[in-house]
Design a protein around this ligand. Structure first.
Ligand SMILES: [Mg+2]
Length: 397
């Protein structure tokens, strides 16, 4: 039996969750070229099944482009109530296995399994049991990876999708990462990757070759140190469990660091629309919010504020959030990640707004169900957000 690990992190990621959920809802779609998204001309692909990825269809590309790449594409509208139901079922499973789970999106989670090694001494067996339970409970396949740190576990899972199981033994992190392409590293976007590859640096291991260092330092500045320590297998971020699960949040890492409010504001606003919509569906309202920024030196700053009263109607919530974001942005910093969380969730008091407005919001929610949040909006919003969404790196897998 393997030796006990001094730290063990498990990462789980449902395979193509929205596309897989569409197949659960309609089994006749199994194996077919399914993608979830809004209709052309303005719709965006939210999730692509593995059957359409070989055509080059990816999340966040316009539906119109996806249809050009794969004319036989079957477009399915998003079904958020179904995703929420599946998420709750997933939480039931993780709550049975782990005392604490950190959910980083509707279908991705981390658990610190260090103390579970007495009960589950074989990490591979733990992964297999969890995968089987998730499949049995939800009908969804997932990829699980165990490693000594979160980032290595996430990279290992990405490299073993779909329906994979990866165990990176302690001490084997650097050797596992070394042959991987540098774009496997979180925060390494297409532009950085291209510039680095022009230097002749192609793999994670190359980041540690001393003759490349001066050129890499010029290109990446202080970010180089963080990438290099990861390449050496140093990966110590803690699992931060949502203790009361009384919050919802969303965050994204950019391809290019930015401090432009015209980029950051529409992104945070987009998260707010989606999160507020989810709250309304659940009959919940948020008492407070947290705006989070991570700068190019990986330093995280947050602003947490209370709403005057619990809310779930995004146009009423936006002014406070926008102010907090403005406070947080430092002109001399550039940011690699932005996030929004809504917390202190309570049952929505009735009525949160007058009846006519409530009917309008209900109609809006029906439209969002049918077409996705990207195509409908309420209130005064700058347009042109679609272009900026392409900067978002996140690929829901
Ligand atoms: Mg996934």
């Amino acid at each position: 039996m393997a030796a006990r690990w001094s730290r063990q992190i498990l990462f789980g990621d449902i395979d193509a969750m929205f596309a897989s959920a569409a197949v659960l809802a309609d089994p006749s779609l199994a194996g077919k070229p399914v993608a979830v998204g809004g209709p052309p001309p303005r719709g965006i692909i939210a999730a692509a099944s593995y059957a359409v990825r070989r055509f080059g269809v990816r999340s966040a590309i316009p539906t119109i482009q996806a249809l050009r790449l794969c004319p036989q594409l079957i477009l399915v509208p998003p079904d958020r109530p179904l995703y929420q139901r599946l998420h709750r079922q997933l939480q039931e499973v993780t709550n049975r296995f782990f005392p604490e789970t950190e959910w980083t999106s509707i279908d991705e989670f981390y658990a610190d399994t260090t103390r579970l090694q007495t009960r589950h001494p074989d990490p591979r067996a733990l992964g297999r049991t969890l995968k089987a339970d998730i499949l049995h409970t939800t009908g969804l396949t997932c990829t699980i990876a165990l490693a000594s740190g979160k980032t290595v576990a996430k990279i290992a899972a990405d490299a073993h999708k779909p329906d994979g199981l990866a165990v990176i033994e302690p001490g084997a992190e650097a050797a596992f990462l070394a042959p991987l392409p540098i774009r496997s590293l979180p925060g390494m976007g297409p532009k950085s990757t291209e510039a680095i590859e022009r230097l002749g640096v192609h793999t994670v291991g190359d980041l540690l070759v001393s003759r490349f260092e001066p050129a890499l330092l010029r290109l990446l500045g202080t970010r180089l140190a963080a990438f290099q320590s990861l390449a050496r297998g140093i990966d110590s971020d803690p699992v931060v469990a949502d203790r009361e699960t009384k919050s919802v949040s969303h965050e994204t890492t950019f391809d290019e660091d930015t401090n432009d409010p015209n980029v950051l504001e529409p992104i945070i606003h987009g998260y707010l629309e989606t999160l507020a919509h989810d709250l309304r569906l659940e009959g919940l309202a948020a008492g407070s919010f947290t705006v989070k920024l991570k700068d190019s030196h990986f330093h995280i700053t947050t602003r947490q504020r209370k709403f005057p009263t619990p809310m779930n109607y995004d146009p009423d919530m936006w002014p406070d959030i926008r102010l907090a974001l403005g406070d947080l942005i430092q002109p001399r910093s550039r940011y690699r990640l932005v996030g929004l969380g809504l917390s202190d969730l309570v049952s929505a008091p009735e009525p949160l707004f007058d009846r006519r407005q409530r009917d309008a919001v209900a109609a809006l929610d029906r439209l969002i169900e049918r077409h996705g949040a990207g195509v409908v909006r309420l209130g005064a919003l700058p347009h042109g957000e679609e272009g900026k969404r392409k900067r978002i790196r996140r690929t829901p897998d």
